[in-house]
Design a protein around this ligand. Structure first.
Ligand code: AFP
Length: 322
């Protein structure tokens, strides 16, 4: 099985970007270890703090964030970072070539039940002429990402990553401590009979999403003339991993549950990196009005509605909005 660096060189990834990716992955190996030991080392449960999104931070959120922040800011490759757990973007090296946005532990409500969680990251090139401390660095669309990926802390620790040459999957081999390539060029099947949505929000959705889901639920006897299955992991990283591996549609639509949030998921460190991975695997990733990766960001913590997965099913869902 191929090791990480040769697989990236095969895709003509620059040495600087390879070094940055290795830096991120060094932190994920430590996070993977800390997650596995959390019960034994007093890292379960919540802190007394909230992040800027008003969510209570888990102890592991804080540890994972600090690990990533420290290695990235010390690396010399990074001009600035933004994280779900940081109020604002954080300046790094003025000469750093890259910007990294990350969700250190996605799905943190799963921590306490030993269920799927993961780290999501997105890399852009830094803007020359814009200072490291200036949040305007991050006002770059998802189409400008040079790398995106996630590490899933499940039964295996898995890396799924793209640098724009397909979406590849790796497994952390604990015998030598590195990630090994297990599948090149994941391809999402165009058709599916599986959907993922938090059904408890049904009454808050807009009419088109209500109608679409009602038709899926009607099964063989309904207009879709086939039965659909439903899955919800409550960690985007786990749901997208399933979609990348066996197809499906995943959505967190706009709802009126909390008028201050247009959608729940965050553009910069959830929706954009997942969109890059999904598109590179032949799927679609959109809002009800357009491609997610074309959104010009206005804020590092901005939220967005997300509909992604198997191409034909995403198009079908969109047809309910037109
Ligand atoms: P955290 O990163 O704060 O744990 O949020 C996880 C998440 O944003 C996303 O990964 C899930 O798809 C979604 O929340 C789950 O939302 P519900 O709590 O509504 O099921």
């Amino acid at each position: 099985m191929q090791r990480l660096a040769p697989s990236l060189r095969q895709d003509n990834v620059s040495l600087d970007l390879i070094s940055l990716i290795k830096t991120i992955l060094a932190a994920t190996k430590e996070i993977s270890f800390r997650v596995s030991q959390a019960h034994l080392s007093g890292l379960m449960g919540s802190t007394l703090d909230e992040n800027i999104q008003g969510e209570v931070q888990k102890k592991l959120d804080v540890v994972a964030n600090q690990l990533l922040k420290d290695v990235l800011l010390e690396s010399g490759f990074v001009k600035a970072i933004s994280s779900e757990e940081e109020d604002n973007s954080v300046a790094g090296d003025e000469d750093g070539k890259f910007l990294v946005s990350f969700d250190p532990l996605d799905g943190s409500s799963n921590i306490d039940i030993n269920s799927l969680i993961g780290t999501i990251f997105s890399i852009h090139e830094a803007l020359p002429g814009v200072e490291a401390g200036d949040p305007a660095q991050f006002k770059q669309a998802g189409t400008k990402q040079v790398c995106a990926g996630y590490v899933l802390y499940g039964p295996s620790t898995m890396l799924v990553m793209t640098t724009g040459n397909g979406t590849h999957m790796y497994v952390l081999d604990r015998t030598h401590g590195g990630y090994l390539l297990v599948e090149r060029n994941l391809q999402i099947p165009e058709e599916t009979q599986e959907f993922a949505i938090n059904m408890s929000n049904q009454r808050f959705w807009q009419a088109p999403m209500q109608n679409y889901i009602n038709d899926l639920l009607a099964g063989k006897e309904g207009p879709r003339e086939k039965n659909f299955n439903m899955r919800w992991i409550a960690a985007m990283v786990g749901d997208v991993h399933r979609v990348l591996n066996r197809g499906g549609i995943f959505t967190y639509p706009k709802d009126t549950k909390d008028p201050s949030k247009a959608g729940k998921l965050r553009l910069m460190y959830e929706a954009n990196p997942m969109s890059f991975l999904v598109e590179q695997a032949g799927g679609l990733s959109v809002t009800s009005t357009g491609r997610i990766m074309e959104i010009e960001p206005t804020d590092v913590h901005q939220r967005v509605e997300v509909i992604l997965g198997s191409k034909n099913e995403v198009e079908k869902c969109l047809s309910y909005y037109s």
